[in-house]
Design a protein around this ligand. Structure first.
Ligand code: Z16
Length: 836
């Protein structure tokens, strides 16, 4: 309850164009005011960073009305709200995107011109990107929140405000070096802190029974420790609408009450240590994309943000004057992978222990509100927690999980009497060897829907990963193919193409991405092809500038830009691409350049710090780049570059500049991929396997406009039983010579040891079937070169890739979730004052 009486709920500037107005004048005035009053500096002495901060604050002022109006409307109403639970949100730079959403890019540029200093690009460039995610999964969450807001769905992301996000990558002597990501160091203007809405979370301790007022026996958890979660909200504007949702990120701080005891004992040291331990919870993101480390702190992080979020949601239910029994009518929870799947047990605990609901009623509410998205089939990525660890951290949750499991297994017994092996297979508790909680089973048992992230992947979830669950509940399993936002990944990232699309499709094309189809008839129009090619060339020049600045490698913007950017993983097969580059190089050395075209092969991506082979792959790419770029025999036919520190910001430079997109994972292993979609949207042609969303991209853009190669998922499964990679070596001309060259140190300054483990990995086991796919890959690469040699044919295919990629918009994906999974409707936001 507020000490301020009703009747003066908004500042006088609420409807004031000086604050909410969107002209260059308004923005200039806002910046001048923030430079002076917020930053304490004079315009004359302002640095680029000061201007960035001033402009950001002025823009933030302009979204505040929308943000508060969205919140007011939600608080007053009863609309079902989406709660997107994710341990990662890779949101990228905010200023440029918010200017785009508000339609004020030109105004911002003009306001800056009036200061007479640096231009908008220079100012945008100083923004620190919050790297609160590893890769695809975190970026997907960010795209989904943006589409939710743009489609006017009420929603909140829930996650963790890591003090240190994904490390910054430097390349030294060809090796990856990790540098702490200090994204908060200069002050980050895009978060709103609400200390009054902090919540308390327990850890450890024990459980006891007690009799309640009615004499019923109940269980209660007495945690040994508590931490406070302080909400930090990042506003998420919708595109040219009033809706402004949020991502609520929790920062852990010490719970004051717990320190008091130690203080009273005079043990100041211990009190401070407790504080440090609590604040460690939100200190750093685990830098693994798709592998589970099984570390206690990671489970603590998961429980921390999930508990904060569910308590926060129950509180807003109370604010709406709604009873806890109506939870599932007010909230729909999406679990982004199993990282937040402790939510199943925590919601049960809150409902049963704290709100005193009966088990069955609580289970009905839990299962009606929670849905689960699976993002991987890789066994090493499926989360399991040893019950010893789990029980010592979350004793009550372990009890609840045992109870859920007992009731579930009873149901299975009725369904398949006597099938003990089935019970063993589906149990939430893994029982062979060390007992462990299988988080994917917990999520699957509780969720009303389980979805995969591409058609092929969702099929494999049913047939390979969870066949028993799919037989039990055929209706529970569904597919929602991933999508990416066309605002950031086309309108913002690709200014030349955005302009051309505006002229061709109308200025509001980013809100109506299906209009890209109207480009189809222009694909053969030579005038349009030329304008198309000019856009691409401009983006390639821009990327060439980045490469030159970063690594002093000069690349030719008219060469074919062949790009692979993504986390480094053996299953993603960057080393297959590198091997292909070595073979091209040998062809040049042997004078067999027939059919080759000038190519620039660009790699980028981070390796998990503990993933030794991935780091060696980076070293290998650096090695071949150094040798090949220095070899005069090239005659401009081949250049190789490794882009350091690939992140969202760099991605915005990369996707628009690509001619060829490398999507070459072993079939059946990449759940979806989303970079593949960003490339196609920007007019790159894909060279790829039938994996993840590649399958659907090929269907959409047309088989003629996609370079397919490699074994299918079924063929790989067949090969697996009897695969002898060394027998494939002789099938590829020059491969023996290439492998010898690598082993003799040609790409490592004569060091014959360095890359031996990599060669052994490929020739010895080849777990990812590089050699089986290599011959076909080379054929496809030649096809790509042949098409490149016919510029008009290439432009046509490029235009068709963009024209037919509208399906991969996150707007389409979010509409599918809304209709088929969440049961939510758009709720346009009315504002007290209309701001154009
Ligand atoms: C992740 O980024 C993904 C899966 C996973 O289990 C964990 C993480 Cl951190 C990726 C998938 O590898 C990728 O195929 C997919 O496109 C992406 O999640 C979004 O669904």
């Amino acid at each position: 309850s507020s000490p301020v009486p009703h009747g003066i709920p908004v500042p006088a500037s609420y409807g004031d164009p000086q604050r909410n107005g969107l002209t260059a004048n308004d923005l200039f005035d806002g910046m001048a005011e923030h430079l002076f009053y917020t930053l304490g500096t004079r315009a004359e002495g302002a640095s680029v960073h000061d201007l960035y901060m001033a402009l950001s604050h002025a823009v933030r002022d302009r979204l505040m009305t929308r943000h508060l109006a969205t919140k007011d409307q939600l608080r007053a109403g009863s609309a079902k709200v989406v709660a997107y639970f994710s341990a990662e949100f890779l949101i990228g730079p905010q200023l440029g995107n918010n200017l785009l959403m508000l339609g004020m890019q030109a105004e911002a540029a003009e306001a800056l011109r009036r200061f007479g200093g640096p231009g908008l690009d220079q100012v945008l460039d100083v923004e620190e990107e919050p790297g609160l995610g590893n890769g695809g999964l975190g970026r997907l969450a960010a795209c989904y929140l943006e589409s939710l807001a743009s489609l006017e769905f009420p929603a909140s992301g829930y996650g963790i405000r890591y003090e240190f996000g994904i490390f910054d990558q430097a390349i030294r002597d060809g090796w990856q070096v990790e540098i702490t990501d200090k994204w908060l160091k200069g002050g980050w203007p895009w978060e709103l802190v609400y200390p009054a809405q902090s919540v308390s979370v327990g850890f450890g301790g024990h459980v006891e029974s007690y009799g309640d007022e009615q004499g019923a026996e109940r269980r209660r958890w007495l945690p040994a420790h508590r931490a406070l979660g302080v909400p930090h909200d990042v506003p998420v504007l919708g595109y040219r609408v009033n809706s402004c949702d949020r991502i609520r990120l929790w920062r852990a701080v010490a719970a004051e009450s717990f320190d008091v005891h130690a203080f009273n004992e005079g043990d100041f040291q211990r009190a401070v240590q407790e504080k440090v331990a609590s604040e460690t919870l939100s200190k750093v993101l685990y830098p693994n994309d798709g592998t589970d480390q099984g570390k206690r702190l990671r489970l603590e992080q998961q429980h921390f943000f999930v508990s904060c979020s569910l308590q926060d949601m129950l509180r807003t239910l109370a604010l709406r004057g709604a009873p806890v029994q109506s939870f599932a009518e007010h909230w729909t929870v999406q679990l982004n992978d199993t990282h937040p799947s402790i939510a199943v047990a925590e919601l049960m605990r809150l409902l049963v222990d704290e709100h005193r609901l009966g088990w069955d009623e609580a289970w009905t509410i839990t299962t009606a509100s929670i849905a689960y998205t699976n993002h991987t089939l890789l066994p090493e990525a499926l989360e399991r927690w040893e019950v010893g660890l789990f029980g010592s951290l979350l004793p009550r949750h372990l009890e609840i999980i045992y109870e859920i499991n007992a009731r579930f297994l009873q149901q299975v017994r009725l369904h398949a009497p006597g099938d003990l092996d089935l019970l063993r297979r589906v149990s939430i508790i893994h029982e062979d060897g060390t007992k462990a909680v299988r988080m994917a089973h917990l999520a699957t048992v509780a969720a009303h829907h389980v979805n995969g992230v591409a058609a092929l992947h969702s099929q494999l979830v049913k047939t390979d990963l969870f066949p028993d669950f799919a037989a039990l509940w055929p209706g529970k399993f569904t597919n929602v193919t991933n999508g990416v936002t066309p605002r950031r990944w086309l309108a913002l990232a690709n200014p030349p193409l955005a302009r051309l699309l505006g002229e061709t499709l109308g200025d509001d094309w980013p809100a109506h991405i299906e209009r890209l189809r109207q480009l189809e008839p222009l694909a053969t129009d030579s005038g349009f092809q030329q304008r198309w090619a000019a856009c691409k060339l401009a983006c390639k020049r821009r990327l060439a500038g980045v490469i030159a600045e970063q690594s002093q490698v000069l690349v030719d913007p008219t060469s074919l830009f062949d790009i692979q950017v993504k986390r480094i993983h053996e299953y993603k097969r960057q080393h297959l691409n590198a091997l292909q580059v070595v073979l091209q190089y040998l062809r040049i050395k042997h004078g067999e350049t027939e059919g080759m075209v000038p190519r620039t092969v660009i790699f980028g991506g981070k390796a998990a710090p503990g993933y030794w082979m991935a780091k060696l792959i980076i070293r290998f790419i650096s090695g071949i780049a150094e040798t090949i770029n220095a070899d005069p025999d090239n005659r401009g036919l081949l250049r190789v570059a490794f882009l350091a520190d690939y992140n969202v910001k760099l991605g915005e430079r990369v996707y628009p500049a690509a001619d060829l997109s490398e999507q070459i994972s072993t079939a059946g292993l990449e759940a979806s991929g989303t970079g593949n979609m960003k490339f196609a949207l920007n007019g790159a042609l894909t060279i790829g396997t039938l994996d993840g969303a590649n399958v659907e991209i090929r269907q959409q853009v047309g088989t003629d406009n996609f370079f397919l190669f490699g074994h299918t998922t079924e063929q790989i499964a067949e090969l697996r039983s009897d695969y002898r990679p060394w027998e494939w070596v002789e099938k590829v001309p020059l491969l023996r010579e290439a492998l010898d060259l690598i082993e003799r140190g040609h790409f490592s300054n004569g060091d014959g040891e360095l890359f031996r483990p990599l060669v052994q990995n490929i020739v010895g086991r080849d777990s990812y079937f590089l050699l089986a796919d290599l011959p076909d890959y080379l054929v496809s690469q030649n096809d790509a070169s042949r098409l490149w040699a016919d510029p008009s044919a290439w432009q046509r295919a490029s235009i068709l890739n963009t024209a037919r990629s509208g399906y991969f918009s996150s707007d389409r994906a979010i509409r599918e979730y809304a209709e088929r999974v969440w049961g939510v409707e758009p709720l346009p936001v009315a504002m007290g004052c209309e701001v154009s």
